[in-house]
Design a protein around this ligand. Structure first.
Ligand SMILES: [Zn+2]
Length: 266
């Protein structure tokens, strides 16, 4: 199963996902060692992916990068006990809290290397950058491989899908800015958190969707509508894909909170 669903996307990047909508797990051959980006929800599959990767490349994993704390990106960490696990400080803090509560029965390995802003891994002449944007969650980050013009977005991109934007730490303004950072890098290939392998156009589509959602909610707040009235209103745009009602409601609730706070600051 792992082998069939694993694609070699560039000279050095491989990607695995169990279906069109489940989270992506990617690994990069940096030359002397391998780097895993996100670890999936199913540790069994991740273990097989690791075996496949090390057998195919004849190299070992040295680093694991966690783009954000959600379970479908972190439950497979237990397969990488011997590696350095890297995340933003906020991702580690949020994951630590989850491990003490909802994720108590999961064998998650917490990051042992954390950063804020930007972090670089160098292997000879090759550079891999991890850039913190926040947005989808506090501490969300994306991975950029300059020499291949590749971006691995974590959940900052749900390609051709309605995004999960219902995390309690979501910030649509930072998410929109984060997408702009990626667009400005003019990537050749974009690996989303969920959805099909993408390009710059999916980044722009996701950004437009978020801008539009924020605008609609801002307008309704200006008209002094309550959160209940906003949720009931039929003013939200129609999308060319299914919209999960529960996700939309969670999105509205959390965007409302952030937008209101921003308005009160001004
Ligand atoms: Zn997520």
């Amino acid at each position: 199963m792992v082998k069939e669903n694993t694609l070699k996307l560039t000279q050095s990047i491989w990607d695995y996902t169990s279906s069109d909508t489940s989270s992506h797990t990617s690994f990069i051959n940096l030359g002397k060692y391998l780097v895993m980006i996100d670890t999936g929800m199913n540790a069994e599959s991740t273990k097989k992916l690791r075996e496949f990767a090390e057998l195919t490349t004849n190299l070992k994993f040295k680093y694991v990068i966690i783009t954000h704390y959600h379970g479908d990106h972190t439950f497979g960490t237990k397969v990488f006990e011997d590696c350095d696990i890297i995340s933003t400080q906020w991702t580690k803090a949020l994951l630590t809290k989850k491990v003490e509560n909802e994720y108590k029965d999961k064998e998650i390995i917490l990051p042992n290397k954390t950063f804020t802003g930007e972090y670089q891994i160098k292997d000879g002449s090759r550079i891999l950058k991890i850039i913190e944007t926040n947005g989808h969650t506090k501490g969300s980050a994306f991975v950029y491989l300059p020499d291949e013009g590749a971006i691995i977005t974590g959940d900052l991109l749900f390609a051709k899908m309605f995004p999960f934007a219902g995390d309690s730490t979501v910030n649509p303004y930072k998410w929109i800015d984060g997408l702009q950072k990626m667009i400005d890098l003019k990537p050749n290939i974009v690996i989303p958190g969920h959805g099909l392998i993408s390009s710059i156009s999916e980044l722009k589509e996701q950004q437009e969707l978020l801008i539009e959602l924020v605008k609609v909610i801002e307008e309704m707040i200006d008209q002094r509508m309550s959160i209940q009235e906003i949720k009931k209103s039929k003013r939200f745009p129609k999308y060319p894909f299914d919209v999960n009602e529960r996700w939309l409601n969670m999105t509205i609730e959390n965007f409302y909170k952030v937008i209101k706070e921003k308005k009160e600051e001004i």
